[in-house]
Ligand binder design. Structure first.
Ligand code: NAD
Length: 298
């Protein structure tokens, strides 16, 4: 059993922390949302009044926050918790943030006597609930190995992508591809529908053909084709359009810095941005399917 401080109990962090409680760890949690804190209290976690309190005596600190600014402020901001975390503790940031921020955070936290790995995840809210996430880690090999049993309480795959920041690079490569696949799958399903095909039948055909991909397997964007996914729940929950736009922005920034060409990622980013500008930023990203409907009607 480990003593874990867990900060950020949203769509992903909530079920991840729940799985750590179920695995028998002593989990002290904090979120700005009282509702999120109460949900974790109900499953046996210890709610803390502040982030500082959540990390008192912690051997491991895990954060699952929206973006760079939240992670930087949590650890190194005006009331940052870096000085409250016991020396030698391992900080595991599972948020999706820029590789540059992960590297600079690692340097500053190591300077303060802590250890750090970037460990962003793939697998969505379903994977977080089922404990089947993939962790994509950057950092010292020994730290990643030490974290492995804890990460395996929340996921089924733990990869070392490379040094600090490499986990974030691999994660944004994956999410850029996911955005392209979700947009492409939506476009194909809309084309089939415009020709009178049943989206469920077409999905099944593509699943057994060369267009097969993760969105068709477990996250179909067309309402009614698949049960238990956001498209069949009015695109509520899941992975928000605005978080996907954030990830595509990270990929675009990285592409500029590393002089890599990402024309498909850039186009996907543009489509998701237009979709968000129509007031859909808080819907699940598979709602890009609906965006293609609005284009058809023009
Ligand atoms: P979310 O918005 O549902 O949850 C974020 C939580 O952080 C909220 O509960 C919020 O109250 C809390 N928070 C914000 N600032 C805080 C602070 N200073 N102190 C304490 N709590 C604070 O987001 P999410 O969907 O859980 O995503 C979290 C991260 O995981 C993001 O970086 C996202 O890109 C990444 N991610 C999400 C998914 C997904 O399917 N949702 C999948 C993979 C990765």
């Amino acid at each position: 059993m480990a003593r874990i401080g867990f900060i950020g109990l949203g769509n992903m962090g909530g079920p991840m922390a729940t799985n750590l409680v179920k695995a028998g760890h002593d989990v002290r949690v904090f979120d700005l949302s009282q509702e999120a804190l109460q949900r974790l209290k109900a499953v046996g976690a210890s709610p803390a009044a502040t982030a500082q309190e959540a990390v008192q005596g912690a051997e491991y600190v895990i954060s699952m926050l929206p973006a760079d600014k939240h992670v930087q402020a949590l650890y190194l901001g005006e009331h940052g918790i870096a000085d409250d975390i016991p020396k030698g503790a391992l900080v595991i940031d599972s948020s999706t943030i820029s590789a540059d921020t992960a590297r600079s955070m690692a340097a500053e936290l190591v300077e303060k006597g802590l250890r750090f790995i970037d460990a962003p995840v793939s697998g969505g809210v379903g994977g977080a609930k089922a404990g089947t996430l993939t962790f994509i880690c950057g950092g010292e090999g020994a730290d990643i190995e030490e974290a492995r049993p804890i990460l395996e309480n929340m996921g089924k795959n733990v990869f070392k992508a490379g040094a600090h920041g490499a986990g974030q690079v691999a994660k944004i490569c994956n999410n850029m591809l996911l955005a392209v696949l979700m947009a492409g799958t939506s476009e194909a399903l809309q084309l089939g529908r415009a020709n009178g095909l049943d989206p469920a039948v077409l999905s099944n055909i593509m699943l057994q053909s060369s267009g097969r991909n993760w969105t068709l397997e477990v996250y179909n964007p067309c309402p009614g084709v698949m049960e238990g996914v956001p498209s069949s729940n009015d695109y509520q929950g899941g992975f928000l359009v605005d978080l996907m736009i954030k990830d595509l922005g990270l990929a675009q920034g990285n592409a500029v810095d590393s002089n890599a060409a990402t024309p498909m990622g850039n186009l996907a980013a543009e489509l998701f941005r237009q979709h968000s500008e129509q007031g859909n930023g808080s819907l699940d990203f598979s709602s890009i399917f609906r965006f293609f409907e609005t284009l058809q009607n023009k």
